[in-house]
Design a protein around this ligand. Sequence first.
Ligand code: NDP
Length: 447
Amino acid sequence: MTLHESLAEIYDEVLRRNPGESEFHQAVLEVLDSLGPVVTKHPHYTDSAVIRRLCEPERQIIFRVPWVDDQGNVQINRGFRVEFNSALGPYKGGLRFHPSVYLGIVKFLGFEQIFKNSLTGMPIGGGKGGSDFDPKGRSDGEIMRFCQAFMTELYRHIGEYTDVPAGDIGVGGREIGYLFGQYKRITNRYESGVLTGKGITWGGSLVRTEATGYGTVFFTEEILRTRGDSFDGKRVVVSGSGNVATYAIEKLHQLGAIVVACSDSSGYVVDEKGIDLDVLKDVKEVRRARIAEYADLREGARFVADGSIWSVPCDIALPCATQNELNEADAKTLAQNGCSIVAEGANMPCTPEAIRLFNDAGIAFAPGKAANAGGVATSALEMQQNASRDRWSFEYTEERLAETMRGIHDRCLETAEEYGAPGNYVVGANIAGFTQVADAMLALGVI
Ligand code: NDP
């Protein structure tokens, strides 16, 4: 990939200033690669070091999280919150609890979040956080004590007008509950707008749980619509079986598609009759078990421990698990099997080589910062409801989500067209996300 000269200098600086943070480098390079036509057409975007400033987080917080396990041993984890950019609003982005979390992962996610949040058109800046804590196999009491310890430090950095975290991998409704409870205890304030993804009875929004998965499907539906097509009878493969994957599968089935495979980190299941969502939710949400149990409970389904889920033939692929889970070889297999659309429910699940192959093969590719923006958009709707002490119906909130996804889709296509890359959602998403943030940064001065 050849970068515009001024952007290549910025990328070199990012590499030098952030050694060893490969995921962050990858996320920055992907955005810079799209910005060449922008700086050529509008050189003022290189004024006041806007792009260089964008690549440097406004604030990076790293803290110790000591907690006591069920055996009475003291455990130490590391907590992170990267407050990346607040030009458009308070920092907004999820918390990830997974052993792979380190500063480079949090920075890649926070950087992506800036453009994603901008694309929603809502007044939210970009941030992300998390911990290298591994929730797998931990008791409910241990999860609670860890969340309380994490918030005991984090609370001083967040707030309705400052920074509003939400969930991500390993952080769902249960964890948000413990985090919110501790924030309330420490501050003595019922500040609903400080976290999103809350329970429905204590300040949450209907549709937030479903929003990322549903939103990815709404975005994909728009791609199909531009081709005069629909989901009816389409074979879809969805990786993961967590929050995003589960609700993507639910909406896909509602719209007439058949989801034939899903996965977790131990392997994947193939179910030619279509994944049974009740069985899947029972295995993953109720029993918190491994995906192999799905195949034990469902006749005709099979579990595969080795190999790639992307070898299962499909018309549409939705990677909804984690970063870099779909590589060049997988992309080749998808193309050979006739897959025509790939939309990212997860953040950066496709490697740059895979994306290049999709482009060459004429496969429509929707990047996560556009296709999975429904989660954060609905978080912003939760903030709106909290601010007005109101509660909206499921139908109304879902329609707002669908409308937002249609808007993002159209803005990506229009922007791609304007900058000479018709049909390229990556270029459209990066440029549309960037220009709005950059305009705000220029207006706010050098801060
Ligand atoms: P969950 O923790 O609910 O589920 C994650 C799923 O991905 C699980 O099935 C998990 O399997 C699998 N997974 C995680 N790590 C790996 C790995 N290293 N290899 C293989 N599989 C893995 O997370 P979410 O569904 O919330 O998040 C999924 C993706 O979507 C992430 O990239 C996240 O950043 C992104 N996203 C989430 C949003 C949200 O609203 N939740 C919003 C926007 C993006 P296992 O249980 O075995 O670990």
